[in-house]
Design a protein around this ligand. Sequence first.
Ligand code: MRU
Length: 351
Amino acid sequence: MIAERLCTLREEDGAVAVLDQTQLPHRHAMRHLASLADAVHAIRAMLVRGAPLIGVTAAYGVALALKEGAGDEALARALETLAAARPTAVNLGWALARMRGRLALLPPARRREAAWAEARAIATEDAEANRRIGAHGLALLEAAPRRPVNVMTHCNAGWLATTAWGTALAPVYAAREAGLPLHVWVSETRPRNQGLLTAWELREAGIPHTLIADNAAGHLLRQGLADLVIVGADRIAANGDTANKVGTVLKALAAADCGVPFHVAAPCSSIDLACADGAAIPIEERGGDEVRRVAGFDRHGAPATLAIAAETTPVANPAFDITPARLVTGVVTERGRCAPDGLRALAGGSP
Ligand code: MRU
């Protein structure tokens, strides 16, 4: 798998190197993060993206911040600054709470080393959690009625969104390893086009896939061309309402109407039992230029941006939407599968 050659994040001489996802799929460029400001920028500008990877980067962001000072004030400032980087993915707050829990009671002189170790542990556990999601989710693909199995996904919830394997794509990779014939429908995911990242991942892994415009998903579902939908999550509320990349709820509505199972695959770090339901999940609103313009690379390979709407066109750009639990067939986590109303039992206890 390409993840063995490229990686989303690695430690490098007291700094962190991340794969700059704003350059993909056209260029493979690693960027060095050497400070708290670098980590915040990487998350906010989406050099790193995807809920689990945002959490891991934030954890390393704390380690980077402590290079400049490891006292209580510096630690509090780092946690607060990172927490404000992006609002929807709960993995960010989850990772920071874990860093706080590990570091706050230590004397400052011992915090730096402990921060690196804890960030490393979060990264390692993320990879293992995703591997398990793949193993648990494989049964869903094996149970599909025909071969090749046709999976529909949205956004990018592959290894690029994590430290390894991905979440929604983990069962796809597991199926590939098990020799199950399959094909994936990949929606482009305007306005940031994370579907292009998914198409790139699948191409590199040799998994048959077809890129579609977001608007084509309903038609394909009505034609019976998908056996199941699997998406990732940025935050799952206690009742199973799920925040994921904007456009997810349209697929869930269409899948429900067509009788196609709709599954959410996410680690327990994406489950927020403190959020009673989807109404309590903050939805990130991003800048209007993401919608007014399209970004890509010209035929010489240079980054280019094209305006597709007037500069003055009013734009709404919610980055996520909420899929109500009633449209979710099941949730796949590293601890196993459950119905959306079974999350408390699955995720509430200790690991
Ligand atoms: O804005 P992004 O690209 O960070 O949004 C990513 C998603 O919505 C993913 O589907 C979600 O984080 C799950 S990633 C394993």
